[in-house]
Design a protein around this ligand. Structure first.
Ligand code: FES
Length: 111
């Protein structure tokens, strides 16, 4: 489980949030954003070299256009698709995490 549904309703739009999930395979970090009326979630791992996307726990860099910026080498990603539109992994994407809502709780479907 990531959080309660009403927590998502209260998060600031167009702001990235980090959730750490304990899985059988270990701790996994998920990034979540609510933008243009939809919620999107991705693994907190850059497709370039696998570094975390937050420069400090839960702190993210964005461009004035709202793209997410990797703090390691500056790759930029669209918040709604995770597609890299600038930087060393141009054309690659963040790994999307599907969300499922059940009984007022938000779950991440991690494959
Ligand atoms: S690890 Fe993200 S741009 Fe290099």
């Amino acid at each position: 489980m990531i959080c309660k549904l009403d927590e998502i309703a209260n998060i600031s739009p167009d702001t990235w949030h980090e959730f750490s999930l304990q899985l059988d395979s270990g701790l996994t970090s998920i990034m979540l954003i609510y933008t243009k009326g939809k919620c999107h979630a991705f693994k907190n791992s850059c497709p370039h070299q696998g570094r975390r996307m937050d420069y400090s726990l839960g702190k993210f860099l964005t461009t004035p256009q709202g793209n997410l910026v990797c703090p390691a080498h500056g790759a930029e990603f669209k918040p709604d698709s995770g597609l890299c539109v600038n930087g060393p992994c141009l054309g690659e994407s963040l790994q999307e995490v599907h969300l499922e809502i059940n009984d007022g709780l938000v779950f991440a479907i991690i494959e």
